[in-house]
Write a new protein. Structure first.
Length: 113
């Protein structure tokens, strides 16, 4: 994966109701390259293989206006059905993990229009 600010992954046309599941995460200090390789190359792909996950856009913070930001990476997952159900499925699916991801703080929040 190249070091871009944003990447769109897998999108499928649909006429059903969609919601968004937004994740905010960080890498462990000093392990950013390893984290990005795992997160974008493995983790996001595993999530997109789950039922109901139909698209993802990954974003990387490029600057920290006004001081340090609490999170450097965001992923916006587009889901069919409720984002709350999608979050529960994601956490219950036994997805791979990486010790390059900082597990001390993360946000996985459902959003709807």
């Amino acid at each position: 994966m190249t070091d871009t600010d944003s990447t769109d992954l897998k999108t499928e046309p649909s006429t059903t109701t969609r919601e968004a599941l937004i994740t905010l995460v960080n890498s462990v200090p000093g392990r950013d390259a390893e984290f990005k390789e795992w997160y974008w190359g493995t983790h996001v792909q595993e999530v997109l293989a789950l039922p109901g996950f139909i698209g993802a856009r990954t974003l990387r913070l490029t600057e920290e206006p006004g001081g340090p930001a609490p999170f450097r990476y965001a992923t916006i997952y587009e889901v069919e059905g409720t984002a709350s159900d999608a979050r529960n499925l994601m956490f219950g699916s036994g997805l791979s993990t990486s010790d390059a991801m900082d597990l001390s703080a993360m946000i996985v929040a459902p959003f709807t229009a």
